[in-house]
Design a protein around this ligand. Sequence first.
Ligand SMILES: C[S@@+](CC[C@H](N)C(=O)[O-])C[C@H]1O[C@@H](n2cnc3c(N)ncnc32)[C@H](O)[C@@H]1O
Length: 236
Amino acid sequence: MISAMKRVVILSVLAACAAACSTPRQAERTPVPDDINASFLAEDADVDRFAARWELESREVYAAREEILEAIGLQEGDAVADLGCGTGLYLEPFANAVGKDGKLYAVDISPKFVYHVRERAREAGLDQVEMVLSNERSAELPAQSVDTLYLCDVYHHFEYHEDMLRSIRNAVRPGGQFIVVDFERIPGVSREWLLGHVRAGKDVVRSEIEAAGFEFVEEVEIDGFEENYFLRFRRP
Ligand SMILES: C[S@@+](CC[C@H](N)C(=O)[O-])C[C@H]1O[C@@H](n2cnc3c(N)ncnc32)[C@H](O)[C@@H]1O
């Protein structure tokens, strides 16, 4: 005879196994270059070197940051996630746009970037910023926690894009927006380096995101963009 206590324990274990097994998992790694995130994850990653590469006027997404901010349309009190926040290019603009009553989740898979941006936020007194260390399959954000989730130059770095999209959909509130800024990839037009680095063009990206349960809303023309695009989706 199994005691009542043992039966409860066994049933709980079975329920936990069933829940774990029912969460779908992408079987094959997305075909991105093998080392696409290696330099960000390295223990000796030189954060200042990345900041110098990403936070400068000759980079389209930096030069156009005000226009991008306006197109996103953040409101005071909103919750926004900058997924793949890197060295914190959008830290102050996003935190100031949502204000002290809002929330900015700055998320990255690189522990060194998370540490760096946390220090930046602390020094600037931005209490509305919460740092999140994500992983290659999950944004690690609470369910339905954000009105806007923003990806800049990150989608093509996803090593398990189906799992990431599932976790992004889970994090965005119904009616909330998901914005993707990324490189155009046009054979015969885009630079050789981009063709090797970015695995998919805009149409493929759009269809993957729609297949993950988002509605396409619009493409926004950003004046300063020549090599990048801005797509807005909504979670139904
Ligand atoms: C090219 S950088 C762009 C950084 C920043 N968004 C910007 O535009 O300056 C790509 C970033 O995506 C991060 N990343 C890659 N895969 C990720 C994932 N699955 N979840 C969160 N961040 C990821 C990298 O660590 C890196 O910080």
